[in-house]
Design a binder for this molecule. Structure first.
Ligand code: NAD
Ligand code: DAU
Length: 342
């Protein structure tokens, strides 16, 4: 099966490509990635020389390049992981989010329509549902996105629905919960907290720390996406939850315990504007397709902490001058009572 994987140099995309290139099934993959600050060729060093893998540095918003690539590669499917993905950055400025997550998705859908690609998978997110204090979202729950990131993802997600209904385009949408694991860019909470703790810096906990996220180990999400690729039905949406709802303050304490660091490293900082309180997914639909997560949160967090502890070269390069300048903009205005030293 020939796949174009967009955003394959990022966190989930690279874990997905590694999984399929090392699987028994005969996949060929073209990784189409712009290599933004979040795209990192190091993520695929161990598999990039395998036969069946190719890479092009390109933007999904470049419609001419998308058309040329789809027309010459003739994929059996496109899986779109490419996106601007960090909520805090979308609050600082939303333009790139609207471009990539909406216009980029549109460019891909147009190419799928024109060149009659047999399958298209849009990697959406549970954030499109917004926040809920009680119960869990099903695939038919209303979309109430709260951050510019979530709104841009909801727009891309709904474009897929409209292309299925209007043109019969074979689009399938997955909405997963928070992923964690190796190769996640250290702006996201788990790698940020782990790498800060390893550096002896503080862990900036937003608000009261009682916000809840449902964590899924990245390899579990990748298995679910591959299952959807093979067995999902066009026009359908699949929630992919980890079934591990955890408060941020508990997460911070767990990370510090695993690293044998003091709880005094946790520093409360001002809250994220519009901070969603809780995400929770009902995943019975994907379970019926044959999926269940296999890594429990305790094991997954331990493996993740070990990976960052054992790969300092990978993350130290990323915590560079640009990252520090982002942190100054991001956390500078949030300090409360001598908080986060970043
Ligand atoms: P990431 O930020 O780690 O990687 C994004 C990748 O997309 C990078 O390699 C980047 O270079 C590439 N990219 C960005 N703009 C591009 C463009 N215009 N053209 C081509 N490539 C571009 O993201 P991630 O965490 O791996 O997320 C992957 C997908 O999964 C995203 O669509 C995201 O919305 C979705 N998602 C993520 C999570 C999560 O917890 N990380 C949960 C649910 C859904
Ligand atoms: O739910 C899926 C989404 O999960 C994905 O669609 C997004 O791409 C991904 O970034 C993630 O969004 P979150 O906003 O949930 O992830 P983040 O790691 O930024 O934050 C997780 C929680 O931790 C959230 O409640 C905010 C809190 N947090 C985050 C940071 C960066 C802190 O307390 N301190 C921090 O410094």
């Amino acid at each position: 099966m020939k796949l174009i994987v967009t955003g394959g140099a990022g966190f989930i995309g690279s874990n997905f490509i590694r999984m399929i290139l090392t699987s028994a099934r005969p996949y060929k993959v073209l990784n189409y990635d712009k290599l933004t600050y979040a795209g990192n060729p190091e993520n695929l060093r161990d598999v990039e020389r395998r036969s069946g893998y190719d890479f092009i540095k390109a933007d999904i918003c470049d419609t001419a390049r998308v058309r040329r690539t789809v027309s010459s590669f003739k994929p059996d499917a496109i899986i779109n992981f490419a996106a601007e993905t960090h909520v805090d950055r979308s609050i600082l400025g939303a333009a790139d989010f609207v471009k990539t997550d909406v216009f980029g998705t549109h460019a891909l859908l147009e190419a799928v329509k024109e060149f009659k690609v047999p399958r298209y998978i849009q990697i959406s997110t549970d954030e499109v549902y917004g926040s809920t204090e009680k119960g869990s979202f099903t695939e038919t729950s209303s979309l109430v996105p709260n951050s510019p990131y979530a709104a841009s993802k909801a727009a891309g997600d709904l474009l897929c629905r409209s292309y299925f209904v209007t043109y019969g385009l074979p689009a399938i949408v997955t909405r997963s919960s928070n992923n964690y694991g190796p190769c996640q860019y250290p702006e996201k909470v788990i790698p940020l907290f782990i790498t800060n703790a390893l550096e002896g810096s503080s862990l900036p906990l937003y608000g009261d720390g009682k916000n809840v996220r449902d964590w899924i180990y990245v390899e579990d999400n990748c298995r679910a996406v591959e299952l959807v690729l093979r067995r999902g039905r066009p026009g359908e949406i699949y929630n992919i939850g980890g079934g591990s709802e955890v408060e941020n303050r508990f997460l911070a304490r767990e990370i510090l315990e695993l690293l044998d660091k003091p709880a005094s490293l946790i520093k409360k900082v001002c809250d994220r504007p519009g901070h969603d309180r809780r995400y929770s997914l009902n995943s019975s639909k994907i379970k019926k397709l044959g999926f269940s997560p296999s890594t429990d949160f305790g094991d997954g967090l331990r493996k993740t902490v070990e990976w960052y502890r054992d790969n300092p070269v990978w993350w130290k390069k990323l915590k560079n001058a640009d990252f520090k300048s982002y942190c100054r903009r991001q956390y500078g205005s949030r300090r409360k009572g001598g908080a986060a030293k970043l």
